[in-house]
Design a protein around this ligand. Structure first.
Ligand code: NAP
Ligand code: GLV
Length: 309
């Protein structure tokens, strides 16, 4: 079988080595060296150029290097019948849960406030609170949201979660659907977004939602830039409705150098760095799906195109 690897962000050498160890007979071509496109049956991709997958006439599976597949689904030329499998991998999940914990701890221990005080050479102690006094709400209780919720719970935080369909998670107060969104938001200290970007969730982090959070809440968006209405965030920070925001994802990436988020005193910017698959771990997931494809067995982590995730 021939697999095409195409990603501007992942290391093709490390992935090729990790895949060859598991599937020595697999022929791997690295974009842009396609060779004969007719021979390619599988594509392992992150942000492939629009039209690339449509140019592979015998493609049987699209394997996403990312958990989110919104960029793939945005390509109007995406072959409609080819199954898409997204990345569900322990190393990706662990790194996301760790990143969530990092930012929750940062806010819980007032580091954003102390950084601001340092800029003004101000010495002022804020008395620490117990972790259960910090209420963290996670939007999206899938692979990543569930792992983050469990890690936070283990550290003693009060954790709430919101999803499309109802979930039961030990020690986590769960809410489902738009009807329960207000109750989910009502008492949060920190809101963490881990939703997939779909027509239903685009722009969900807007003025209306911020108004339903307690005054002074903090926002951590690690999902997609398309979830956030940027002007509404700036307004909410200006008015004090939100105290601070941590943003890892943006409508335009890389974030343009003149974007106001870069220099905003109440915004922390990270360069889409929250979570990645390590090749050794992710390659096992990919190899298992290629074995299944070859054997005609059901594929793992299939994307429901109609749902958008
Ligand atoms: P997932 O397993 O598919 O989970 C998605 C969760 O969102 C599910 O709980 C789902 O509800 C919920 N959801 C979807 N649509 C909803 C809606 N309209 N209303 C309420 N809840 C809704 O996805 P995942 O693997 O956790 O990944 C989540 C996202 O994280 C990805 O799509 C990607 O955008 C982002 N991500 C970012 C980075 C980074 O480095 N910044 C890295 C990896 C992933 P149900 O459970 O009811 O279906
Ligand atoms: C990264 O953003 C991913 O979707 O895995």
């Amino acid at each position: 079988m021939v697999l095409l690897f195409a990603s501007p962000d992942d290391d093709p050498v490390a992935w090729t080595r990790a895949l060859r160890r598991r599937l020595p007979e697999l022929e791997i071509r690295v974009y842009p060296d396609l060779g004969d496109p007719e021979a390619i049956e599988a594509a392992l991709v992150w942000s492939p150029p629009p039209g690339l997958l449509a140019a592979l006439p015998r493609l049987r599976v699209i394997l996403s290097l990312g958990a989110g597949v919104d960029r793939l689904l945005e390509d109007p030329t995406l072959p409609p019948e080819v199954p898409i499998c997204r990345m569900v991998d322990p190393s990706l999940t662990r790194s996301m849960a760790e990143f969530v914990l990092l930012h929750v701890l940062r806010y819980h221990r007032f580091l954003d406030v102390y950084e601001e005080q340092q800029r003004r050479a101000q010495w002022r102690l804020l008395l620490p609170r117990p972790p259960e006094a910090t209420v963290v709400g996670i939007m999206g209780l899938g692979e990543l949201g569930t792992a983050a919720a469990n890690l936070l719970r283990g550290h003693g935080f009060s954790v709430k979660g919101w999803s499309r369909t109802r979930k039961t998670l030990e020690g986590v107060k769960t809410y489902a659907g738009r009807d329960e969104l207000d109750a989910f938001l009502a008492d949060l200290s920190i809101l963490v977004c881990l939703l997939p970007l779909t027509p239903e969730t685009r722009g969900i982090l807007d003025r209306g939602l911020f108004a339903r959070l307690p005054e002074g809440a903090r926002l951590v968006n690690l999902a997609r830039g398309g979830h956030l209405v940027e002007e509404d965030l700036l307004e909410a920070l200006e008015s004090g409705r939100l105290a601070h925001a941590t943003l890892d994802v943006f409508a335009r990436e890389p974030l343009p150098a003149d974007h106001p988020f870069w220099r905003h005193p109440k915004i922390t910017v990270t360069p889409h760095a929250a979570a990645y698959s390590l090749p050794e771990s992710g390659a096992e997931v990919v190899a298992e799906n290629l074995r299944r494809l070859r054997a005609g067995r059901p594929l793992l982590h299939l994307v429901d195109r109609a749902r958008g995730y």
